[in-house]
Design a protein around this ligand. Sequence first.
Ligand code: AMP
Ligand code: MG
Length: 472
Amino acid sequence: MSLHIPFDNSYARLPDGFYSRLDPTPVKAPHLLAFNEALAGVLGISRGEAVELARVFSGNEVPEGAAPLAQLYAGHQFGSFNPQLGDGRAILLGEVVGTDGARRDIQLKGAGPTPYSRMGDGRAWMGPVLREYLVSEAMHAMGIPTTRALAAVATGEPVLRESPLPGAVLTRVASSHIRVGTFQIFAARQDRAALQALFEHTRDRHYPEAAGPADLLRDVAERQARLVVQWLSVGFIHGVMNTDNCTLSGETIDYGPCAFLDAYHPMRVYSSIDRQGRYAYGNQPDILVWNMAQLATALVPLMEDQEAAVEEFSEIIHALPRIIRREWLRLFRAKIGLATEEEGDEALIGDLLNRMAGNQADFTNTFRRLGGTRARDEFTDPAAFDQWAEGWRARLEREAAPQELMDRTNPAFIPRNHRLEEMIEAAVGGDMAPFHRLMEVLARPYADQPEAADLQRPPAPGEEVRATFCGT
Ligand code: AMP
Ligand code: MG
């Protein structure tokens, strides 16, 4: 075998209670759909033939040095605590330390049933696999911390959802898969030794400077705050911000029913299972604070003086909305071209967003086109934009290089929901060209690419995707 992956598996060295060891379940006829050469290079993975890559990244062949396992975790799903979840369809092959010195997990998603599959089949179908591949890579290209995609392999087997669909396996790369829910499971079980081991592992891996749990909490909360504000700044709605989908590393994880805003509305929801709008676009900061409070609760048992810990952790959580607001202002200032700070900026931004919401203005195109003459066309009543722009232009006179700032803050290209649907339909029919074209354009989201103007167009009335699905 020519394919070599330089594994070094630190999670597998944690005690047995953290996971179940098992191999992926082989599939019938693996066929490589996509492979991320650039990422493979960073990971130090030697080049392999497509057939070999398909065998390894479908789980049919366990590469040398791997220590396959399913991780255990719990989590709050839509606010209610589930004391045991775990990888129900994902298997961690192991970790590698890349050529950049960073440690990363290599995980197969859709690799067959595990002890944590509950009623599920442990599989994924091609739609969500290619969707996650594209969206996670697009997020990375936008500069937003995220898990990444190394490979997508068709299994040659159907998976049964409402109808039979072609199966696939995604190889996901993450700086770790440690979740708020990973802490929650050991806290709920009152297993202080496990909690301590997990704390040390997480600290060594992500926050080597943290002196104790309070520092870790503060650092995670700050990273997550910056992350969620970055989501808001590109119109991203995660869709399932359960505590098991919230990483300690501060990376975006679990692209299920996520979506990007077309027309802006602060309460927009796409996920078909989010009936109450808990994870609506504008609720994401509040949910993050709630999730961080759950992490704080799970960390309390680590502290000698628990009463003092509750007080200290509460302060950290209560400081979070201020941090989020500060970050939000910084990014949204940049979105309208402001590098300096003035008293009226927040009101100016708020006024634009209100007008956008009232005029079904496309989120991405409005910001991208602010400096030109076309932003007004995004509004059902262009005069609503003109009125706002008057005050904004006066404010811009006190800025040195607003256009340049806006161009590198406002993406021209996002993975639009209707384009993702189109891409999936084509791929299921055997045509990967739309996938590859989207990958190529989304790799440079801040560059004007006139030949891809069709990918900037919001959905026409008949094309609009109203709901997204978990795809499990
Ligand atoms: P998610 O919504 O993808 O974050 O998944 C929530 C939980 O359901 C996790 O424990 C998953 O491993 C599990 N799960 C999702 N889909 C499947 C499936 N097809 N088979 C088994 N477990 C699944
Ligand atoms: Mg999940």
